[in-house]
Design a protein around this ligand. Structure first.
Ligand SMILES: Nc1ncnc2c1ncn2[C@@H]1O[C@H](COP(=O)(O)OP(=O)(O)OP(=O)(O)O)[C@@H](O)[C@H]1O
Ligand SMILES: [Mg+2]
Length: 409
């Protein structure tokens, strides 16, 4: 089994962890001075090295790591196991113990098995406790903050992220254009895990696929921002320009609006929004049938101001908008068609037949290829991706990958 890059090259020692010198010094002091403080929080955004830093500390001092999760806090016997002085193992192996409560953000404040248990654990522990969190400044953590030291991890700058990627390339015997490395580092926004995952997808799918993917993500960011304004901000005149920099046409925008109205509106607001959407569609119909381009203004009006004004009840909350399924289908079939076209072009050149005829025969290609020798296949000059496409493997991978990304978002 091949490990993902993030595991294969996970930082294992202090020296492996880049750009976090301050945090390394602080966690080292915390350990040396234990039990001056019993617990420490590693606080920072995703992919900055929190979990790795805890593991690095364990390795630096050859400790035994005891990992806790939120559900362990609910379980009396596993809590007791953590608190146990561990006389047996300690005297046998002379190993100190380190307790890691990773990703504490989801811990609940009330009922059993939440924050109260963690606080109790901190009060009674004989071993240093490390807690990691993305946002220790959330209000619910106020009592926890009083009992722990806090170490902040920085978001990594682009130079450091590039360095980390460039260290991996020779080990993987891969060459990737520095331009592409720069692009990945920029898109990572301080998140090393995101960078390594993108590097991985280059290894698997090639640079073109990733660049396309970045483009798609950027496009998605702009429509997310626009939707947030339309749904969540008070209606002003400026709303009419809200879609200006989305790089999408109004028809595509309309699909996004349609898909996400039910996430934001209910009751009367939902009804009014759907009404605005159907008015936008009416104008769209006229635009297409009668080539009345000036109606674009109206289509835009209903999709922006119309949807926005469906309610006066505005609020700010995080909303993860959904991609319209129809677009996903169109996009996937475009990806397939692009590859198919390039294959057919090459096939028609080789066999001196028209592209049209080649296209008609293309379904035979898998059969033809399976009867050719490697040398003969070379002559067709299909690249590896195209060959894989014919065998229908790569196409499946591309589709699966885009679906996964889509689900993760
Ligand atoms: N500062 C860093 N230097 C080198 N590698 C890093 C650094 N930060 C993260 N990485 C690498 O990125 C991947 C993810 O790191 P890690 O799991 O420690 O992040 P995290 O801060 O715990 O993220 P999350 O908040 O999502 O749990 C690992 O492969 C790790 O080696
Ligand atoms: Mg982590």
């Amino acid at each position: 089994m091949t490990l993902p890059l993030t595991e294969k090259y996970r930082a294992k020692s202090f020296a492996d962890i880049k750009g976090q010198e301050q945090a390394i010094t602080e966690i080292d002091n915390f350990y040396k001075q234990f039990p001056k403080k019993r617990a420490i929080v590693l606080n920072g955004s995703v992919g900055t090295g929190k979990t790795s830093l805890a593991i690095a500390l364990k390795n630096e001092y050859n400790l035994e790591l005891f990992e806790l999760n939120a559900s362990d806090l609910r379980n009396k016997s596993s809590l007791e196991a953590v608190l146990k002085p561990s006389t047996l193992q300690s005297s046998l192996f002379k190993k100190g113990k380190l307790i890691l409560m990773d990703e504490a953000d989801g811990i609940t404040t009330s009922d059993r098995g939440g924050l109260p248990e963690l606080l109790k654990l901190i009060a009674e522990t004989k071993f240093p406790i490390i807690i990691t969190a993305n946002d220790i400044w959330a209000r619910k953590f106020s009592p926890l903050r009083k009992k722990c030291g806090i170490i902040n991890l920085k978001e990594l700058d682009e130079t450091t992220i590039k360095e980390i990627m460039n260290n991996i390339l020779p080990k993987e015997k891969k060459q990737v254009k520095q331009e592409t490395i720069n692009l990945i580092a920029k898109h990572a926004r301080g998140d090393v895990r995101a960078a390594l995952n993108d590097l991985q997808s280059i290894f698997d799918l090639g640079e073109d696929a990733l660049i396309e993917e970045f483009d798609e993500r950027e496009k998605q960011d702009t429509i997310f921002n626009a939707l947030k304004k339309v749904f969540q901000e008070p209606t002003t005149k400026e709303i009419l320009r809200v879609y200006d920099n989305t790089r999408m046409n109004l028809d595509e925008i309309s699909l996004w609006v349609e898909k996400n109205i039910p996430l934001e509106y209910s009751g009367n607001a939902l009804e009014r929004a759907q009404d605005a959407l159907s008015k936008a569609d009416v104008f769209k119909g006229r635009i297409y049938r009668q080539q009345h381009w000036r109606f674009l203004v109206y289509q835009n009006f209903f999709l922006s101001a119309g949807i926005s004004a469906a309610t006066r009840l505005k609020y700010q909350k995080f909303q993860s908008y959904q991609k319209p399924t129809r677009i996903l289908k169109i996009w996937m079939s475009n990806m397939k068609n692009a590859k198919k076209k390039s294959i057919i072009t090459k096939y028609s050149q080789l066999t001196h037949m028209s592209k049209k005829k080649a296209a008609k025969e293309s379904f035979l290609l898998p059969l033809i290829l399976s009867n050719l020798s490697q040398k003969e296949i070379k002559k067709i000059e299909l690249d590896e991706k195209e060959l894989d496409y014919i065998k229908d493997k790569k196409a499946a991978i591309i589709v699966a990958n885009s679906l996964n990304r889509f689900r993760e978002n």
